[in-house]
Write a protein that binds this ligand. Structure first.
Ligand SMILES: [Fe+2]
Length: 264
């Protein structure tokens, strides 16, 4: 096949994302084998994308400070395109900013850093919600009785750092579906592809979560760091998450996307 050097890379990514994720809706039973096969081409295109391909210039490190800092959002989003199959855009994080722990119900996703560095912590819910037989541990601070309805047993899948030279960070309906994203050592930006897009009318709303600390963990925290060194970062750990409203210190502004136009 002749190399196509005229089509902007982001256009190729959009087209490939459409091909990859089309048909997902009709087979949304967790069978992602088809998607996985088609995904390789998309992953290689996404791996190659850099900030310059989207005409985005890396920003200077400037944490939010003073009155202006208080008013400007910690995170902004550049919308690139959205179809019923997928949505694509760029998130820009200020120095020290975080996108708090949130989910992507029944969705697939791909996150590729364009500049800077982010740390991504991925979790999964372990069951549909608390079943009667599950006895939650004691939390510190203790939960109010009503809060137990918003409690989820989950697992910490991974904690990893990504920069522009890393491949994309992937999520599926069942694997690494919840994540928290922190800018590390300065501002950062990443391309985000979600398939299908968030749509509250179709059961795909974004929920936020907080990791709870159990009384037992609080007691372990009293131990010296040497005693805890055996626990390496990648270990999968049982964790309890509480669904919470969107944290007040997080909100996302919008800004225009300066890159090549994309059409599907
Ligand atoms: Fe996300």
């Amino acid at each position: 096949m002749p190399r196509d050097n005229k089509t902007p890379l982001i256009q190729k990514i959009a087209k490939q994302a459409y091909i990859t994720f089309k048909g997902l809706k009709s087979s949304s039973n967790g069978d992602n084998k088809l998607v996985a096969d088609k995904q390789d081409e998309l992953i290689s295109l996404v791996t190659a994308v850099r900030a310059a391909d989207l005409k985005i210039a890396p920003r200077k490190s400037k944490p939010g400070s003073g009155a202006a800092g208080l008013q400007s959002p910690p995170v902004t989003y550049m919308h690139i395109c959205e179809t019923e199959v997928f949505s694509m855009g760029v998130f820009l994080l200020r120095t020290g900013a975080s996108i708090p722990l949130h989910d992507h119900p029944d969705m697939n996703g791909m996150l590729k850093v364009l500049y800077g560095k982010v740390s991504v912590r991925c979790f999964d819910k372990l069951e549909d919600n608390l079943t009667v037989k599950t006895v939650p541990p004691h939390f510190d601070p203790p939960l109010a009785p009503l809060q137990t309805a918003s409690l989820w047993r989950s697992i910490l899948r991974s904690v990893a750092e990504y920069s522009e030279n890393s491949g994309p960070c992937l999520l599926t309906p069942l694997r690494d579906n919840l994540h928290q994203i922190d800018a590390v050592e300065g501002p950062a930006a990443f391309l985000d592809i979600l398939a299908p897009p968030y749509n509250p009318d179709d059961g795909r709303d974004c929920h936020y979560y907080k990791v709870l600390q159990t009384v037992a963990e609080r007691e372990t925290d009293g131990k010296s760091s040497e005693e805890q060194q055996g626990e390496e970062k990648e270990k999968e750990e049982d964790t309890w998450l509480l669904e919470i409203p969107q944290p007040e210190d997080f909100w996302c502004g919008g800004e225009p996307y300066p890159g090549p136009a994309v059409s599907i």
